[in-house]
Write a protein that binds this ligand. Structure first.
Ligand SMILES: [Zn+2]
Length: 331
């Protein structure tokens, strides 16, 4: 007898969020690029680092298949550090990667842009210790990537597919990743600032959804915290041009144009999460529930994933949205 259930890829995404059981079939819920991608040409930008305040030139270059994302410090004779969880050296306020003397901080926004635009392989060259903050979001990087375009490479893409739930808790801060034949995030934050209070965001990394819904959301902070940060040599490059700054009354923002979204704060948290999770080195197939988390908990979840090889598998993305277990299962 023929099943009356619609094919998984035709089920509305909302159903996949709220259904009685997480969907974990052998076919993607929506189309994804089957091959690895890099940039068509190099792209350039410059700007200040949020915390260092230093002006930095940044160039993102195409890279060969299987090379992943690398940061290269041209001011340190070309020393490099891979965008990989094993290279995380600090998660205070931002995610810093390091390999010997080569450190690169505030990596999460450019990494989110690359993941959101489907770029698997790229070399990110910079002449300073911190990625430029630009306007505080991932949108400027996405615009440059979109302008030059992506190039399909001659090697199938491998994704890390969650097969059993993985939980990471730190007190009330909670992260869970569940099986899902795509990539989805549901995030919730609670702040006592009147302008934030309780915000929620759910998104699926599908088509242009990341570019429209997540990439433009800017980083944020409180005006009352700025002096505290400055005294500690942090946020030296922070200004109303690159940080959504909450008024001392905590009811409004100081930025002239106001907010880009009513829930811009939680959308930016999703942006950070997507950037940090790219440090797994593979696109993720799973759906995440996140409550009151930040960079440190993102790293905690990734370490838990790395330590739970019986709860995920590496799969090839095949034409038609089919998935096939990859020969290698090493991260
Ligand atoms: Zn951020």
């Amino acid at each position: 007898m023929t099943s009356l259930m619609p094919a998984p890829h035709l089920q509305p995404i909302a159903r996949l969020f709220t259904g009685p059981r997480p969907f974990a079939g052998n076919r993607l819920a929506y189309p994804m690029e089957t091959h690895q991608q890099t940039l068509r040409q190099a792209i350039h930008c410059q700007g200040v680092g949020l915390h260092s305040g230093k002006n930095v030139h940044l160039t993102i270059k195409p890279a060969p298949v299987g090379s992943g994302i690398r940061f290269i410090r041209t001011d340190l004779g070309g020393q490099s550090v891979a965008a990989h969880i094993e290279k995380v050296v600090d998660t205070t306020l931002a995610t810093t990667l390091g390999e010997g003397a080569c450190t690169v901080s505030t990596t999460e926004h450019v990494l989110a842009a690359l993941r959101g635009c489907g770029i698997d392989n790229a070399d990110i060259e910079l002449d300073g210790p911190e990625v430029p903050i630009m306007d505080g979001s991932a949108a400027p990087f996405c615009a440059l990537i979109r302008e030059t375009g992506s190039r399909r490479q001659n090697e199938p893409r491998i994704a890390l597919r969650i097969t059993k739930p993985i939980h990471y808790n730190e007190g009330e801060k909670r992260l869970t990743i569940l099986p899902f034949a795509g990539f989805a995030v549901f995030e919730e934050i609670i702040f006592d600032d009147d302008i934030i209070q309780r915000q929620r965001c759910s998104t699926v990394l599908r088509g242009d959804d990341f570019l429209i819904d997540i990439a433009p959301a800017r980083t944020f902070g409180r005006a009352e915290d700025v002096e505290f940060l400055w005294a500690r040599g942090l946020a030296l490059g922070g200004s109303l041009d690159n940080v959504v700054t909450i008024h001392w009354d905590r009811k409004s923002v100081l930025n002239e144009g106001g907010l880009r979204f009513d829930n811009e704060f939680v959308r930016h948290k999703v942006l950070d999460l997507i950037g940090d999770l790219s440090l797994l080195g593979f696109p993720l197939l799973g759906r995440i529930r996140a409550f009151k988390v930040g960079h440190s908990q993102h790293l905690g979840l990734m370490k838990k994933i790395a330590a739970s090889p019986d709860s995920w598998e590496l799969v090839h993305l095949l034409p038609g949205g089919f998935l096939r277990r990859a020969a290698t299962q090493a991260m």
